[in-house]
Design a binder for this molecule. Structure first.
Ligand code: 13P
Length: 255
């Protein structure tokens, strides 16, 4: 990444893991390991752990995020949590459009757009996930898929709003599979995403937007992935649940 233009963002997506007590313990373990980090650090925990995470992270560089939010402020949406509720308890970040939400819970490009707009309106920074399925990569339509996901997700998002967007490129075939995109593959798509942002907004926006890579990033491969020009950080699943591994990725991003 280009450190003169952008600060790396390393975010952990804990998915459906850890109880509140385990959340406190993991953040307490992580804190001393990341004291001197030179990148932004976020942990995105299950809703029920948000308060425990905020309390445990106090006085450290660690910020706390959620993994989804609904677009309405309130109402008859059983089981949902609104962007307003998140911002009200001091949450600053939210993952939107993760492939697991799209695949298992019916999220579409249009609902991703609605969630993104609602989150930004409430002052949250969105980690907006895009990425292709293996079949789409094999079909040679990765760029088309990612472009279309982004164009729809960003409908109605102004240039000023874009400061509240981090993009995470997560090829679905690399998530939880141990199969990482090569550094060159990750950089190629991230670079195409940056060009799209230049086309939709401006070169200035494209230069400053943070574009992460996600999908089996770990303590061993982080260095290589993060040394690519257009890879500005990582969205990390499995390895974010082990303090030493997550800290090693943060260290790689701090170089
Ligand atoms: P893994 O790091 O476990 O592959 O998960 C990536 C991911 O989905 C992060 O959002």
């Amino acid at each position: 990444m280009d450190k003169n233009l952008r600060k790396a963002v390393i975010a952990g997506n804990w998915k459906m893991n850890k109880t509140p007590a385990e959340t406190t313990a993991l953040i307490n373990e992580l804190k001393p390991l990341v004291e001197n980090a030179d990148c932004d650090i976020i942990v995105c925990v299950p809703y029920i752990n948000l308060n425990a995470a905020i309390d445990a992270a106090k006085g450290s560089l660690i910020k706390v995020g959620a993994q989804n939010c609904h677009w309405e402020k309130s109402g008859a949406f059983t089981g949902e949590v609104s962007a307003l509720m998140l911002s009200d308890i001091g949450i600053e970040y939210v993952i939107i459009g993760h492939s697991e939400r799209r695949t298992y819970f019916g999220d579409t490009d249009l609902t991703v757009n609605k969630r993104t707009k609602a989150a930004i309106e409430k002052g949250l920074t969105v980690i907006l996930c895009v990425g292709e399925y293996l079949e789409q990569r094999e079909q040679g339509i990765t760029f088309e898929v990612v472009r279309s996901q982004l164009k729809i997700a960003l409908m109605g998002i102004s240039e000023a709003d874009l400061d509240k967007v981090i993009i995470a490129y997560e090829p679905v075939w690399a998530i939880g599979t141990g199969k990482t995109a090569t550094a060159a593959e990750a950089n190629e798509v991230n670079c195409a995403i940056r060009s799209l942002i230049a086309e939709m907004y401006s070169k200035e926006n494209a230069d400053k937007i943070v574009i992460q890579y996600g999908g089996s990033m770990n303590a061993k491969n982080a260095d290589e992935l993060l040394s690519e020009y257009d890879v500005d950080g990582g969205l990390i699943g499995g390895a974010s649940l082990i303090a030493a591994d997550f800290a090693a990725i943060i260290k790689a991003a701090s170089k």
